[in-house]
Design a protein around this ligand. Sequence first.
Ligand code: IPE
Ligand code: IPE
Ligand code: MG
Length: 266
Amino acid sequence: MNFDKFFKSKRKKVNNNLYMIDIIKSKPIPKHICIIMDGNGRWAEKRGLPRTAGHRQGVEAIKDIIKVTSDIGIKYLTLYAFSTENWKRPKKEIEAIMNLLVEYLHRELENLHKNNVKIVTIGDISVLPTKVYEEVKRAIHKTKHNTGLQVNVALNYGGRSEIVMAIQEIASKVANNELNIEDIDEELISNHLYTAGIPDPDLLIRTGGDWRISNFLLYQIAYTELWFSDATVYWPDFSVEHYLDAISDFQNRQRRYGGIVTRKDD
Ligand code: IPE
Ligand code: IPE
Ligand code: MG
């Protein structure tokens, strides 16, 4: 390999990214981005590797994405790490994903903390294997006073089960006379979701080429802009360039929320 050429092209890429970041920062930036990190298994299968190798490589892709999200000044990043439906997978694969999670938090926590990142989870973590639960709790506890980027890790998360949980809580408050039926409105429901207090996502990104939501943030994405990667871009391939492309694409969209854009002569 020609190293000179290699470093030159790497430097060019880095400079390009810095240039893109500057442009992104000069426009209104999204407050909240959420990502369905899909395609780890196919990334591995394409290379004749076990699916777990794809999950390992997928974890590596997270680091740079967190870093640029924070550099741009985006306040919230929600990462779909494990869904309520992912328990349907073979035990071995689930175990590998859980172990990788523990390994990642163990390895990266200090760095995340130093960068003022606050780790939060959404989903029912109480049923996770003890060591995962403990590592996750440790990360939440250590970073709870951080004021920079908040990373919400969706773990054993399902949009429908979240809505069921919210309804149960609201219904029990009504039954106990803590709440009147007339008090139930959109805001009250939002405040009973795992994401209470977090603004709805502005942009949802899904890698891997599938155009679906897979039970992610169903209530919160009512007016979220959707961005799907090419089918060739599996999560481990998702680079800072792809990410910046998605964000600038978002910045060029017109959000109408059901209204109309009034023109001067209207
Ligand atoms: C996403 O990658 C990671 C998790 C669901 C944990 P997949 O494992 O779903 O990879 P594909 O979609 O099968 O390629
Ligand atoms: C969504 O991916 C869940 C995560 C990325 C954690 P899946 O691979 O589980 O979704 P489907 O099965 O393709 O809809
Ligand atoms: Mg998948």
